[in-house]
Design a protein around this ligand. Structure first.
Ligand SMILES: CC(C)(COP(=O)(O)OP(=O)(O)OC[C@H]1O[C@@H](n2cnc3c(N)ncnc32)[C@H](O)[C@@H]1OP(=O)(O)O)[C@@H](O)C(=O)NCCC(=O)NCCS
Length: 159
C-alpha cells in the first residue's frame, strides 16, 4: 500500500460519496450532511470553515477527514467527520489522517481539538480509535441522538 494524504481535489467528490455510502455506521441523513460540508469546501476552499484531507492509495480514495476552526473560539478546532473505507480499515490510515489534521490545526495555532461521537455499540471501534490517539472523554450528553444514544465529546490538547 502506498498511502498519500493531501487536500481533497474536486474530482474526488463522486468517490467520496461512494465511500460514505458504504460506511455502515452512517445513516442516510448523516451522509447528506457530510456531503453538504464537502460541497461547501469544494465551493469555498478553507474559507468555508472546513478543511478536507483525503487518503489515497494509487488513485483510489481510502478515507477522508473534515475539520475546521470552531466559530467564536480563539484556538479550538472541531473534527466534523472522519471515515475510512471498510476495505482499508485497521491498517493505520485513520491514524494518518488524524495526525495530518492535527498537524494542519497546529500550523494554524489551534490548541484544543474536539470530536463528537455516539455511545452505541456500533461506535465501539471509533471510541477505541480516539482513545488510542490521545483523545480523552470530557463530556457525555445522555439521550442526545435518541433515547439511549448519548453524545460523547472527546478532546485533545495539542502540544
Ligand atoms: C474510526 C475510523 C476512521 C478509524 O480508521 P482506521 O483506518 O480503521 O484506524 P487505524 O487503523 O488508524 O486505527 C485502528 C485503531 O482504531 C481502533 N479501531 C478501529 N476500528 C475498530 C474496530 N472495528 N474494533 C475495535 N477497534 C477499532 C483500534 O484502537 C485500532 O487499533 P488496533 O488495530 O491496534 O486495535 C474507521 O474505523 C471508520 O471509518 N469507522 C466508521 C466511521 C466512523 O466511526 N467515523 C468516525 C465518526 S465521524
Amino acid at each position: 500500500m502506498n498511502i498519500n494524504i493531501r487536500p481533497m481535489p474536486p474530482d474526488y467528490r463522486i468517490q467520496l460519496a461512494g465511500l460514505l455510502a458504504e460506511i455502515p455506521q452512517f445513516k442516510t441523513d448523516e451522509v447528506t450532511v457530510a456531503l453538504e460540508l464537502i460541497d461547501a469546501y469544494l465551493a469555498g476552499g478553507t474559507q468555508s470553515g472546513y478543511h478536507i484531507l483525503v487518503a489515497e492509495n494509487t488513485g483510489t480514495i481510502a478515507g477522508y477527514i473534515c475539520f475546521g476552526p470552531t466559530p467564536l473560539t480563539e484556538s479550538t478546532w472541531d473534527i466534523y467527520w472522519e471515515a475510512v473505507s471498510p476495505h482499508f480499515q485497521r491498517q493505520g490510515i485513520g491514524g494518518l489522517l488524524l495526525k495530518a489534521a492535527e498537524k494542519t490545526i497546529g500550523g494554524h495555532n489551534g490548541k484544543l481539538v474536539l470530536i463528537e461521537t455516539s455511545s452505541t455499540p456500533l461506535y465501539y471501534g471509533t471510541r477505541g480509535f480516539y482513545r488510542k490517539h490521545g483523545y480523552r472523554l470530557i463530556c457525555r450528553i445522555p439521550d442526545f441522538y435518541s433515547p439511549g444514544d448519548n453524545r460523547l465529546t472527546y478532546s485533545k490538547i495539542l502540544s
